[in-house]
Design a protein around this ligand. Sequence first.
Ligand SMILES: O=C(CO)[C@H](O)[C@H](O)COP(=O)(O)O
Length: 220
Amino acid sequence: MTQDELKQAVARAALAYVVPDAIVGVGTGSTANFFIDALAEMKDRIPAAVASSEATRKRLEGHGIRVLDLNEVSEMPIYVDGADEVNARLHMIKGGGGALTREKIVAAVATKFVCIADASKQVEVMGRFPLPVEVIPMARAHVARQLAKLGGRPALREGFVTDNGNLILDVHGLAIDDPEALEAEINQIVGVVTNGLFALRGADVLLLGTADGVKTFVKP
Ligand SMILES: O=C(CO)[C@H](O)[C@H](O)COP(=O)(O)O
């Protein structure tokens, strides 16, 4: 199976977690796009969705799915999104598409985070994928110096501005042996909006696309 077929398979499997008559939170990226396309088939059974990026909002609306502002929503049973890396504790690195902050905010409101990923995203130790950090533009150099003190090599994502008008530093070479501690530590740096570690609030369910079919992992 191709990587896209694996992504499509997990996207379809995630439909089983969508709660009829309830709002669904939707992530960003190519796997999330397959989920949006699959969700369109059951759009009559969901009242609306919340989008984690402008790209996702456009794709949902393109399918005729109503998109609500998160501030209008107090309960959301599930949030479905992809990941750049995911470990056995269902901690993730996210933000390859630069939508990490909105993804983290929408996920925080959801009761259950369903991660959909092809098998290439499963890792023992996270960190091969550079960790995205969203930064207020005037703090870019300061934050880069602080990240270097943590042992990372930050690189500005050239020509990229987030939906929030900020910049992304992609941090290479970080040793991520304690993802929860590192997530908290990076978020303490003044000028950081958030970082792409999703460990303090990881996924609750991982649907992993493999050559042997979709495997389900539940947060230990
Ligand atoms: O965090 C993300 C976007 O900010 C994506 O979920 C992550 O980059 C995975 O993307 P894809 O499904 O295209 O592999």
